[in-house]
Design a protein around this ligand. Structure first.
Ligand code: NAP
Length: 527
């Protein structure tokens, strides 16, 4: 498969004529070949029409066929071999080992969703059999299953060019649910996007899925992405990126004639809470581990530890000394795009100038204009409370230590925070009583609460939550990582007193698919 700079509209490769998008070598800023043509309104219309016409066929494809389709995408991605890894490394500036690991995660989550589809439990089948003799009124026969929402628009993330991009978690979960997907590729990695798009297009063909099951569009501005969300044939949106971008799309979706859900994962500073006994016993070890988590991927993780809260004193000083020593020995790292690096430098510059903030340490100096230098700041609890701008995410290897006078003020600060993807507690046994008083507040603030670790490194599994209250996401009721993500793209339909011949097979009395079902609220006994 060759990178040609094309849009993928169903099974066609189409040259976009609406402006140009260029991939860049992240380390040098050099423009890469080929240039990509942006989609026109006509291209968008063609992709949406194909997705619309594919929907009723794709969503009723047998579960086994849908599962094999997901596995086929995974295999085709692996078959791209080194060409995918090399292009992704150049476009993202991420180290090869990280990109290879991310490919493993991408393939792994496609296979996980294949298993979820085969299992069939996601259909959530419930049957309340008729009770014709019930007094005073007979009960009707009620049968519920979940169906796919409709074609989904996915906006890939810049910082996970594989696992959160063209066939990342959003696309995998939408396809698993039975939704055709139209991806608006992230302009930071167009070559990577086209390669993965070609692998997916081939799987559609090989598995006999309807043509409009998958399309990939490039946009040279913001127009086509917004028009995609505004298109009446799109029924839901998955997005990972900035708060401004996510909210722009939420607003487009909300003002349509038919508003649709947008699952946007946006901004989080992932507070790290250091409790007194843990700090006393392990300040140096926690400080070093914190520095490692902060600089991972040049700090360009949505789960990056951007805020540290602890009671001021000599133990916190030991933590800061250890983190500072580790950070100052860490070389600067290439950032994803010139735009992201510029935004990082600007935000770090503003923090450094802030009257209530001091710089604790800088990481190794940048040796190219494409690198970001790590930085650790500190402030007081009082200044942090009075300056909401200090609560904002700085996307990159920057973090802020807040020195609190006591545990009570630390709890007040947690209460004042916006919604978060993660929060991490560093605790020893003697801290449990204190930690317990924080948990109700943390549950209200975050999607995932960890003990003695950092939020970076999101396990893809059944019990993972990668979500949280606004602005971590635009809808806190779900997750974008893990098998639960499939439920974002499903809705329940109930069939009342419907003759069996008209019922979908999942709801037939004999349970021919051997699904896990609830009968009158109880698990069905399977013989
Ligand atoms: P971004 O600028 O929000 O872009 C994400 C995607 O949305 C891109 O495809 C972009 O198009 C599109 N887009 C942005 N604004 C739009 C608008 N107003 N209308 C229509 N489409 C729009 O995000 P980014 O480039 O990844 O920038 C990095 C920022 O994202 C960071 O500062 C960080 O705060 C945030 N981020 C958060 C997470 C998280 O998980 N919470 C993860 C990664 C990044 P183009 O491709 O044309 O730019």
């Amino acid at each position: 498969m060759q990178i040609a700079g094309n849009l993928l509209i169903g099974q066609k490769a189409v040259r976009g004529t609406n402006g140009l998008i260029r991939g860049l070598d992240a380390a040098t800023g050099t423009a890469l070949e080929p240039a990509f043509g942006g989609a026109t309104r006509a291209d968008l219309d063609a992709a949406c029409e194909l997705a619309r016409s594919a929907f009723d066929i794709y969503r009723e494809a047998p579960l086994e066929a849908r599962a094999r389709f997901l596995e086929s995408i995974a295999q085709n991605i692996l078959d791209l071999g080194d060409s995918l890894i090399e292009r992704c490394v150049v476009e993202s500036g991420l180290p090869r080992a990280r990109v290879e690991g991310e490919r493993g995660r991408t393939v792994g989550q496609l296979r996980l969703f294949a298993a979820v589809v085969r299992d069939g439990r996601f259909l959530g089948v419930r049957i309340d059999p008729a009770q014709p003799e019930r007094k005073p009124l007979p009960r009707p026969d009620l049968r519920l299953r979940h169906i796919a929402l409709g074609p989904v628009a996915v906006f890939g993330a810049s910082n996970f060019p594989l696992a959160f991009s063209v066939v990342g978690g959003d696309t995998a979960s939408a396809l698993a649910a039975g939704c055709p997907v139209i991806v608006k590729a992230h302009s930071a990695h167009p070559g990577t996007s086209e390669l993965v798009g070609l692998a997916t297009q081939k799987a559609v063909r090989d598995c006999g899925m309807p043509e409009g099951t998958f399309s990939l569009l490039f946009d040279s501005g913001l127009e086509i992405g917004q028009a995609l969300v505004g298109d009446r044939r799109i029924k839901a949106v998955g997005f990972t990126g900035s708060r401004a971008g996510g909210m722009a799309l939420v607003n487009v979706a909300a003002t349509r004639c038919e508003p649709i859900p947008v699952f946007a994962e946006m901004s989080s500073i992932n507070p790290v809470l250091l409790f007194p006994t843990a700090l006393k016993r392990r300040a140096e070890a926690i400080g070093e581990a914190f520095a490692g988590a902060l600089v991972l991927g040049a700090g360009q993780f949505c789960t990056n530890p951007g805020l540290v809260l602890a009671v001021d004193g000599p133990d916190l000083d030991r933590f800061v000394a250890a983190a500072s020593a580790a950070l100052s020995a860490t070389p600067a790292a290439t950032m994803l795009t010139p735009g992201i690096r510029k935004a990082y430098e600007a935000a770090v510059g503003r923090a450094a100038q802030h009257a209530g903030v001091s710089v604790l340490v800088h990481g190794g100096e940048a040796t190219t204009q494409h690198q970001g230098q790590a930085v650790l700041f500190s402030t007081t609890a009082d200044a942090f409370r009075r300056h909401p701008e200090l609560h904002e995410e700085i996307f990159g290897a920057s973090s802020l230590v807040v020195r609190c006078p006591d545990m009570e003020s630390m709890r007040d600060i947690v209460e004042s925070l916006e919604g978060q993807l993660t929060t991490a507690l560093h605790i020893d046994d003697a801290d449990h009583a204190d930690a317990r008083t924080f948990l109700p507040v943390l549950e209200r603030r975050a999607g995932r609460i960890l003990a003695n670790g950092f939020g970076t490194g999101v396990e893809v599994g059944h019990a993972m939550v990668h979500g949280g209250p606004y602005p971590a996401t635009s809808d806190s009721r779900s997750t974008s990582v893990g098998s639960l993500a499939i439920h974002r793209f499903l809705r329940p339909v109930c069939y009342q007193d419907m003759p069996e011949t008209l019922l979908p097979v999942e709801l037939h009395q004999e349970n021919p698919l051997e699904l896990h079902r609830l009968i009158d609220g109880q698990p069905e006994t399977r013989t």
